[in-house]
Write a protein that binds this ligand. Structure first.
Ligand code: GAR
Length: 205
């Protein structure tokens, strides 16, 4: 299975995928491209170090959103991946891309959906909201991407404890270590080995 990984920032989830392919936790999978919306992102350095083509497509380089969406979709069609992995990608996926790659786009979100998700919940903001609400358990979710924000069929979730004294950054790191870097490679491996189907919006394993 060929995958394209879309990133915006540090790229630790991209690294978990690269490592998972190397150490055999993800089978039958090759990263054929990394797309980033931010030229300065460390994720692009990680791609380069792994010998993967890094492509920067930023909304800033286009006169309007439609033009960016078209360029993004054209690039994706050219790469023609079996699966698109959003690994900390903070750009909304164009509707046409969702339609073209139906149930072939997955996203990692740093909470237990349906908590702390949707428009405005990304990165550290998710953990700030979880701490502000006082939840004692949070976690991460891998899901297919549909037309909504964080509304698609859920593939995998893993719970993580919130501990006294947590800051958003401390909690973010724990959620990454104990959930994201584990369930994202697992989900990719399950898809690569044909273990997942979606029926009436529900993932069957
Ligand atoms: C991760 O925590 C990921 O779950 C989150 O951004 C971070 C990216 O880190 N994604 C979202 O919030 C999407 N709504 P990374 O660049 O080190 O993988």
């Amino acid at each position: 299975m060929n995958i394209v990984v879309c990133v915006s920032g540090g790229g630790t989830n991209l690294q978990a995928i690269i490592d998972g392919i190397r150490n055999g936790k993800i089978s039958n999978t090759k990263i054929t491209g990394v797309i980033c919306n931010n030229a300065g992102a460390y994720a692009l350095t990680r791609a380069k170090e792994a010998g993967i083509d890094g492509i920067c497509i930023s909304p800033k380089d286009y006169s309007d959103r439609d033009e960016f969406n078209r360029a993004f979709l054209d690039k994706m069609k050219e790469l023609n991946p079996d699966l698109i992995v959003l690994a900390g990608f903070l750009v909304t996926i164009p509707r046409e891309m969702v339609e073209t790659f139906r149930n072939r786009i997955i996203n990692i979100h740093p909470s237990l959906i349906p908590s702390f998700c949707g428009v405005g919940y990304y990165g550290l903001k998710v953990h700030e909201a979880a701490l502000a609400r006082g939840v004692k358990v949070t976690g991460a979710t891998v899901h297919f991407v549909d037309e909504g924000t964080d509304t698609g069929p859920i593939i995998a979730q893993k719970a993580v404890e919130v501990l006294p004294g947590d800051t958003p950054k401390i909690l973010q790191q724990r959620v990454m270590e104990q959930a994201e870097w584990i369930i994202l490679p697992q989900a990719i491996d399950m898809i690569a080995s044909g273990q997942i189907t979606v029926t009436d919006g529900i993932v069957q394993k």
